[in-house]
Write a protein that binds this ligand. Structure first.
Ligand code: AHG
Ligand code: MN
Ligand code: MN
Ligand code: MN
Length: 334
């Protein structure tokens, strides 16, 4: 019988990695874990309760919000509010930052950026969806947190993680000392350590991109896709194309099997589609911690200083050898 190690036990055990922390980050991670279990409960019965379909509202992105987008957003913000360790939340589903000004949060030192429900287009068709979160330490010393506390570059993250609501529900996170994955055991209601020290294979044979946008891709991306599709036994090509349309699910698969995820600029998204603060940065942090690379085609994602809350970025991330190969194609056509 394998000894079960729950997320809570693991977090407390790893607290020794942060001698100066007095448990606030641990508490914050546990608060997120609780909200993930609550959202998971609704996701699992989504077809049975009135939580599918559209909420009838539009978010700042101009996207029609799904009921589960709104529900997940409410649950994560409620958990962060009651936990008392977070002073401001930046959410995909809120135009502006949500300041947590309760009595217990007034000395909170952490900022959380969150995509409460990633892959919304897959909710109604029962395909894997996720949640993405990113945690920063506030830099300002007193008073109301500043927008500069939120718009920190990704390399300043103290932790980042995602939840994938798939054939099983997993929480994968890093505090900068490697990546660990926990699988929810519904029979005890606990996330249990199932994937210790996750590392992405240095090379892979899966590429993930929405080829429907092919005509609008930069030439270097087009050339790289053609490269993936050529016959070449030595390098195991043609590669396999796998694209789910939920960033969390596509990247989680590539993290385990090896591969590259690409969301370039396109005519519909001239600056890229994915949001830097609560999609690209947390996923880039995790992939780098797992030994992968993450770039916008020119810059390391984690080096980009955000200047707007919902700004978008092109993103290419995954196995080191594959990302470097893609970069060589982008450089040829600079
Ligand atoms: P969200 O549901 O949080 O708005 O994110 C959707 C994103 C991401 O999950 C996915 O990788 C991408 O949209 C898919 O975009 P396309 O449908 O344009 O391929
Ligand atoms: Mn959305
Ligand atoms: Mn998303
Ligand atoms: Mn979302």
């Amino acid at each position: 019988m394998i000894a079960v190690k729950t997320l809570g036990q693991f977090i407390i055990e790893k607290q020794t990695d942060f001698p100066y922390a007095k448990g606030e980050l641990s508490r914050l991670l546990r608060d997120i874990g609780i909200a993930a279990k609550i959202v998971n409960r609704e996701v699992n019965k989504a077809g049975l309760v009135n939580i599918l379909g559209d909420a009838g509202t539009v978010n700042v992105q101009g996207e029609g919000q799904k009921k589960l987008d709104v529900y997940a957003n409410e649950q994560f913000i409620a958990a962060l509010r009651s936990g008392g360790e977070c002073c401001v939340v930046a959410s995909e589903e809120h135009d502006e930052c949500v300041y947590i000004e309760s009595e217990i949060s007034k000395n909170a030192k952490y900022i959380v950026a969150i995509d409460p429900l990633d892959g919304s287009s897959n909710i109604d068709v029962n395909v894997a969806i996720g949640t993405i979160f990113s945690i920063y330490r506030r830099q300002s010393l007193e008073g109301k947190p500043l927008i500069s506390d939120v718009l920190q570059k990704g390399s300043e993250q103290v932790a980042a993680g995602y939840v994938i609501y798939g054939s099983s529900t997993m929480l994968v996170y890093s505090t900068g000392k490697g990546v660990n994955g926990f699988t929810l055991d519904p029979s005890i209601g606990e996330f249990c350590l199932s994937h210790p020290n996750m590392t992405i294979p240095k090379n892979g044979s899966i590429y993930s991109i929405n080829e429907g946008n092919y005509v609008h891709f930069p030439q270097g991306v087009k050339d790289y896709i053609k490269y993936c599709q050529e016959e070449d036994g030595k390098t195991g090509r043609p590669y396999t194309s796998r694209y789910i349309g939920s960033m969390v699910a596509d990247i989680h698969r590539n993290l385990i099997k090896g591969g590259i995820f690409l969301y370039p600029v396109s005519s519909a998204y001239p600056n890229g589609k994915l949001r830097l603060v609560y999609e690209c940065n947390p996923m880039a942090f995790i992939l780098e911690q797992a030994g992968g690379l993450a770039t916008d085609g020119m810059n390391r994602i984690l080096d980009i200083v955000p200047n707007r809350l919902h700004q978008r970025s092109a993103i290419f991330l995954g196995s080191e050898v594959m990302v470097k190969k893609l970069m060589s194609f982008l450089k040829r056509t600079d």
